[in-house]
Design a protein around this ligand. Structure first.
Ligand SMILES: C[S@@+](CC[C@H](N)C(=O)[O-])C[C@H]1O[C@@H](n2cnc3c(N)ncnc32)[C@H](O)[C@@H]1O
Length: 212
């Protein structure tokens, strides 16, 4: 995962505010117990998501790809009490773990977990989104973008994770199914005049996309 200079990542972690005790526990439990622990957002990205939610003050957030609920809690913790994070997780085991984590957080009233395939769940949610965080299977990123963009309020945000895909999009010829899907997504967004965007070299690459 770490293709950026690990000294810069360590420095960013050192000078970013530490996680709460619960988020530290969830991160450590995920690292200890989950075979795909590298998928967790982690401290710096988690703090960034939290800050974005503080700044945007969203009413409705959609997260696509819950995993163990780490990023969900970073966002929910920065939101007001009558706001909701809808989060969608395909795998029942991960959904179960994340719901347990939500229950221990005191923030469960701000979170609605949907278990199943985001591609079929998103069209059933008749909600105007302020912020959408795309962080599930890479081959569906364009589909998630096109499914959610019409329902995003003007001036609202899409945040897409892994847009550098472990550095694999930096090579002249991009190979591999996921890296090619991410490259296609980045090009799709760049060519879309409904939005403006900035690609941040945070962790595995984070694209902030603003609907005009
Ligand atoms: C990178 S992880 C999410 C990490 C989490 N957002 C965080 O920051 O801690 C991706 C998650 O997306 C889920 N996923 C993959 N395909 C999906 C789909 N079609 N619908 C819903 N979730 C999906 C995976 O099971 C996995 O838990």
């Amino acid at each position: 995962m770490e293709f950026l200079d690990h000294r810069a990542s360590a420095y960013a972690e050192k000078f970013s505010s530490p996680l709460s005790n619960l988020l530290t526990e969830i991160e450590q439990e995920t690292i200890r117990n989950h075979p795909q622990a590298h998928m967790i957002s982690g401290q710096v990205q988690g703090r960034l998501l939290e800050f974005i939610c503080r700044m945007a003050d969203p009413q409705n957030v959609l997260e696509i790809g819950t995993f163990t609920g780490f990023a969900t809690l970073c966002m929910a913790g920065a939101m007001k009490d009558n706001s909701v994070v809808h989060t969608i997780e395909l795998r029942e085991e991960d959904a179960k773990i994340s719901q347990q984590n939500f229950n221990r957080s005191g923030l469960a009233h701000r979170i609605k977990l949907h278990t199943g395939d985001a591609r079929s769940i998103i069209p059933t949610l008749d909600i105007n989104w302020d912020v959408v965080f795309i962080d599930a299977d890479k081959v569906s990123y364009i589909e998630y973008y096109e499914l959610t963009l019409p329902g995003i309020k003007n001036g609202g945000w899409i945040i897409a994770d892994n847009v550098l895909f472990h550095g694999q999009v930096l090579t002249e010829e991009v190979t591999g199914k996921n890296a090619r899907a991410i490259q296609a997504f980045n090009e799709h967004v760049a060519a879309d005049n409904r939005v403006e965007q900035v690609l941040l070299t945070v962790r595995d690459g984070l694209m902030l996309i603003r609907k005009k």
